[in-house]
Write a new protein. Structure first.
Length: 338
């Protein structure tokens, strides 16, 4: 009997390749399946990798050296670059720079503080205006008649850090998002150092900032370097800031924040289009790219990979058990295939 709705069993899926020299979809594997009332409703394919502290592959699914756009998963690496470029950031400021904050008032206050320290205001931000992701804050501002604001956009911390670094180098803040600006060039150098890879691929992220393409394995390697960096380095500063202030990397109930709260010492950062990376204090690191861009399984998949590295992730079980609802009640689950 043919599978329902044309779904083929794993190993028999025919997928078209991608253009522009990027490894094709034939290089991906099934990562998770969505089961509703015993019926496999959807499947998520992609790439996944786990590395040991020496950078050796512990586990891989798909072509793990394929180049991906890391989206906001790159923010901790960009925060390192900002510090190297001259941005003097406190722990809390480094955490907001490395994060995708949810637009709560405490997040906004930190962004304003970074900007104010170099004589800039919110208008200097090059990210687009947005409403806060934090639901309570969003509803309150709507009730107050406040529209979308740049400072509430989840990338405003990163942009503020880039601006502070730009001023520190005596460059033009109005040009801080130009790929060949002094700060963006330093960010490129630091990201290539951390990933141990150079791809030459430069895209524009959703927030308007330059975004470097990198191998998925390189993204995991970069998180390993952050997690094990020596004291006194920019790498260590960012990693420790994330560990000490997980609520600034995301916000109340945000999955990145919850991972770091439930698994002390682990650093975690997700991004748009189904990307996530995590690393343990001893340097085990994992990264995932879901090829359809849906992030609903990424945290659970990354935790499954950490478990393959020997980490006890039972404290974060609530983040691995993703219920599928029907009438407000669980009727299925998202199953990791790793």
């Amino acid at each position: 009997m043919a599978p329902p709705y044309g779904f083929s069993p794993p190993g028999a899926v025919s997928l078209r390749g991608m253009a522009n020299g990027v490894p094709g979809l034939e290089a991906v594997e099934e990562l998770a399946e969505v089961v509703r009332s015993g019926f496999v409703e959807s499947r998520h394919f992609g790439l996944a990798v786990a590395l040991d502290p020496d950078g050796k592959q512990v586990f891989g699914a798909g072509e793990v050296d394929a180049v991906v756009l890391p989206r906001s998963t790159a923010k901790p690496l960009q925060a390192v670059g900002c510090i190297v470029a001259g941005a003097d950031l406190s722990d809390e400021e480094a955490a907001i720079a490395a994060g995708s904050h949810t637009g709560e008032n405490r997040h906004v206050a930190l962004v304003d503080g970074i900007l104010g320290s170099v004589g800039l205001d919110r208008e200097a931000l090059g990210c687009p205006p947005d409403r806060p992701e934090d639901e309570a804050t969003r509803f309150r501002l709507i009730a107050e008649g406040v529209g979308p604001e740049k400072v509430r956009m989840n990338c405003s911390g990163k942009h503020a850090a880039m601006l502070k670094a730009t001023v520190a180098r005596g460059a033009d803040p109005a040009a801080y998002l130009t790929p060949d600006s002094p700060v963006q060039q330093i960010l490129t150098t630091e990201i290539e150092r951390l990933t141990e890879a150079t791809t030459g691929i430069v895209a524009i992220d959703g927030c308007g900032a330059p975004l470097l393409g990198m191998p998925l394995s390189g993204l995991a390697r970069a998180f390993s370097h952050l997690a094990t960096a020596a004291p006194g380095t920019a790498d260590r500063h960012v990693a420790e800031a994330m560990r000490r202030h997980p609520e600034l990397v995301g916000g109340k109930g945000h999955q990145n924040s919850e991972v770091m709260r439930l698994l002390p010492g682990v650093i975690a950062k997700g991004g748009a289009e189904g990307v996530i990376a995590m690393a343990t204090p001893d340097g085990h690191a994992v990264a995932v790219k879901v090829i359809d861009g849906n992030p609903r399984a990424t945290t659970a998949l990354a935790l499954a990979l950490l478990e393959k590295c020997g980490l006890d992730v039972s404290a974060a079980a609530e983040l691995r058990d993703i219920a599928i609802l029907g009438g407000g009640k669980p009727v299925g689950e998202i199953r990791s295939m790793l």
